[in-house]
Design a protein around this ligand. Structure first.
Ligand SMILES: NC(=O)c1ccc[n+]([C@@H]2O[C@H](COP(=O)([O-])OP(=O)(O)OC[C@H]3O[C@@H](n4cnc5c(N)ncnc54)[C@H](O)[C@@H]3O)[C@@H](O)[C@H]2O)c1
Length: 252
């Protein structure tokens, strides 16, 4: 039997890549899924994919860097499905590789506003809704860049380290309320974001795969499976953790 029958899940940034795979994984386990994204075209596509597979999903256009939009997004889940059991805060940007000699602080502001401030605003609204309902599970998408430094990614790295920190703090505060909060730190996963970050003449997928202990890069559905696990009863005593899903890179 599907483990999330009758449940409702919110996934931000679910119009592409990892977010789409997470939404599909929750739908495959019987949950109804609210697909939230700034990109309506990608979001609607995810809804169609889930419906074609026999699942239930709806789209809510949302910008996680905008407080009113975030509040409307969480309200839309409860209005549409009557409840909110899980939330996966996945939406993020990784706009460019900035040489350390040429830090553009406006890029820092943009990355933080979506990747960290956005996660904070989502957590605030989701926790309020889950407290009212008596519990829930939240997963934040961090990154390997949230646990180790990455040359030429100082701003993305700062935001993702922040996601790990806010996950731990919020998890400690909410555990007694029946709200479990954890994070996932993916390694290199084949998505539009990751592929767009390969510089021409620089690192290739083959090069990255060759340095991974598994000799391959990750697949979005492998992050979807990790998010399902963290929200499932199998992870009932797992609180405030950042689960690396990276083929072993972080321990090599
Ligand atoms: N792909 C990887 O290798 C990798 C590795 C580590 C961590 N991650 C993390 O996984 C998550 C998903 O990444 P991905 O590779 O699938 O990226 P992606 O670019 O394929 O998808 C990101 C989605 O987020 C949406 N989005 C962007 N800004 C938004 C906003 N302000 N409000 C709402 N939606 C917004 C985009 O429209 C897009 O649909 C991100 O948090 C990313 O940092 C990815």
């Amino acid at each position: 039997m599907a483990i999330f029958e009758g449940k409702a899940t919110l996934v931000t940034g679910a119009g592409s890549g990892i977010g789409r795979a997470i939404a599909q994984a929750f739908a495959a386990e019987g949950s109804r899924v609210m697909i939230a994204d700034v990109d309506a075209k990608g979001g609607e596509e995810t809804v169609k994919l889930i419906e074609a597979a026999g699942g239930t999903a709806a789209f809510q256009k949302a910008d996680v860097s905008d407080q009113a939009s975030v509040e409307a997004m969480v309200k839309a889940v409860v209005d549409r499905f009557g409840r909110i059991d899980h939330a996966v805060n996945n939406a993020a940007v990784d706009p460019e590789v900035t040489p350390e000699s040429d830090w553009d602080i406006t890029v820092l502001d943009r990355i933080l506003s979506i990747n960290l401030r956005g996660v904070a605003m989502c957590l605030k609204a989701e926790i309020a809704a889950m407290q009212a309902a008596g519990g829930g599970c939240i997963v934040n998408l961090a990154s390997m860049a949230g646990v180790v430094g990455v040359p030429n990614k100082p701003f993305y790295c700062a935001a993702k380290h922040g996601v790990v920190g806010i996950t731990r703090s919020a998890a400690l505060a909410q555990a007694k309320n029946g709200i479990r909060i954890n994070a996932i730190a993916p390694g290199f996963i084949e998505t539009p974001m990751a592929l767009a970050n390969l510089e021409p003449g620089g690192m290739t997928v083959d090069f990255i795969a060759g340095r991974n202990p598994t000799r391959r890069i990750g697949r979005p559905e492998e992050i979807g499976a990790a998010a399902v696990y963290l929200c499932s009863p199998y992870a009932g005593f797992t609180v405030g953790q950042t689960l690396s899903v990276d083929g072993g890179v972080s321990v090599s």
